[in-house]
Design a protein around this ligand. Sequence first.
Ligand SMILES: Cc1cc2nc3c(=O)[nH]c(=O)nc-3n(C[C@H](O)[C@H](O)[C@H](O)COP(=O)(O)OP(=O)(O)OC[C@H]3O[C@@H](n4cnc5c(N)ncnc54)[C@H](O)[C@@H]3O)c2cc1C
Length: 500
Amino acid sequence: MNDTATIVRPAPVTTEHFDVLIVGAGISGVGGAYHLTQQNPGTSFVVLETQESYGGTWLTHKYPGIRSDSDLYTFGYRFKPWTTAPIASAAEIRKYMGDVIDENHLAPHIRYRHKILTASWSSQDNLWTVDAMRTDTGQTLRFTCNFLWMCQGYYRHETGYTPEWAGMADFKGQIVHPQTWPEDLDYTGKRVVVIGSGATAATLIPAMAKKVGHITMLQRSPTFFRTGRNAIPIADELRELGIDETWIHEIVRRKILHEQAIFTRRAESEPEKVKQELLSGVRHYLGGDFDIDKHFTPNYRPWRQRIAFIPEGDLFSGVRDGKAEVVTDEIDRFVEGGILLKSGRTLEADIIVTATGFNLNVLGDIGFEIDGKPLDFAQTVTYRGMMFTGVPNMAWVFGYFRASWTLRADLVADFVCRLLSHMKEKGAHRVTPALREEDHNMPLLPWIDPENFNPGYLMRGMHLLPKRGDKPEWQHTQDYWNEKDEFPTLNLDGPEFVYD
Ligand SMILES: Cc1cc2nc3c(=O)[nH]c(=O)nc-3n(C[C@H](O)[C@H](O)[C@H](O)COP(=O)(O)OP(=O)(O)OC[C@H]3O[C@@H](n4cnc5c(N)ncnc54)[C@H](O)[C@@H]3O)c2cc1C
């Protein structure tokens, strides 16, 4: 599944054992560590993280304006109140995560600069053996654990996805991907073209617009955006009344989730009406004369891709003021001075930003083996998007696309903690999801239905993902409103779990 497994490296010098090994210190891994300490006290665990600190996505991305596009009341953990404006910068999110680490004494459990290269399961010993490389010294360390908790996110952190365009080498300016932003990049007075119109482009453009000479958002096709204030009036009112922050957090979460449930239902049942509402939000900022049809009216149904939130309409204000331009066209090739479009127009540029997405990376580019045989996750079937058939003692955190990721990270954490307790009670050393008698002729489908959700990084990486069946146990539904009730009541003694 990846190249790292074949790296030749020196034999590990030490071996340490933990009950649970968590991969990654992003929002999911830090949350997992918290839940483990609360729900399974006494469990020994370690969090291994490649980067030099915690934060994951919020540490990796350093482009101008980097911020969430979900509200932090639901992107934040359910156990730690968010107390300020809902859309937050990466720095604010890291501060929040840092507080969680400090308040819960998690720091001694986290090892930074530890990149996991391989993980091998032995059925004889009921153990995972995990080899990690210290990124600062090159030293290889060996860990064993009973349970592997995969919180590695969904994309490769080292490099973003940049398509190959003709003539890229001819371009005399600088090409930059937002994921590997050079911190010393000076774009003052420069002509910048941003390729893409997803959440990243929509964040970058207003942040850069203040300093650039001119900035263009070049898109092949338009994206839906939601606009609104970066404030939750009810939160501010409750705060004025001196209500406890834990109450405010819960009330605001419920309100947002209630509204999102209605929105999701409406996007399905009355897509045209929802589409018109979203477009009128854009029109409000750009005025009636702007060609909204061409530049801001997607040809897909609302919600088939994530809808980025534009606080205070800042992307559109730049366009209205003439500092930023939107061009909907296709790239013919890069040329010395910029980009030649299929329409024949050339966009002059000093800097081209490729806000073109991610490289999907299913399980942290780790070379997995089970009893000496390489493991191909595409040959497994997902157990509710949390475990894999035939893969013992492993859970996987993949959050929501349409609701905040962390809502699911919290739910999966509860499931893992309950499963660990259950194994302890049963005296079981191993739990492996397996298809039941009745599942054997079940049709196996791609992990997610492209009719339902189809962003580029998933479509490019679908062949790496586990399969989905046609029964609830074997699907990754992406439905928070069902999962929040279903997960806590899942029967851990059902025939889909094999214990040894
Ligand atoms: C720019 C951007 C904005 C986003 N905004 C939102 C948003 O507003 N709302 C939302 O819900 N989602 C958003 N997302 C999705 C976002 O990635 C998730 O919500 C969330 O941050 C993922 O957290 P995570 O901990 O699961 O994974 P990540 O944040 O990806 O962290 C995974 C960590 O695991 C580490 N790791 C991976 N492989 C290994 C290995 N082999 N060995 C050791 N460590 C490893 C990585 O270094 C990384 O630190 C956004 C994504 C991006 C890129």
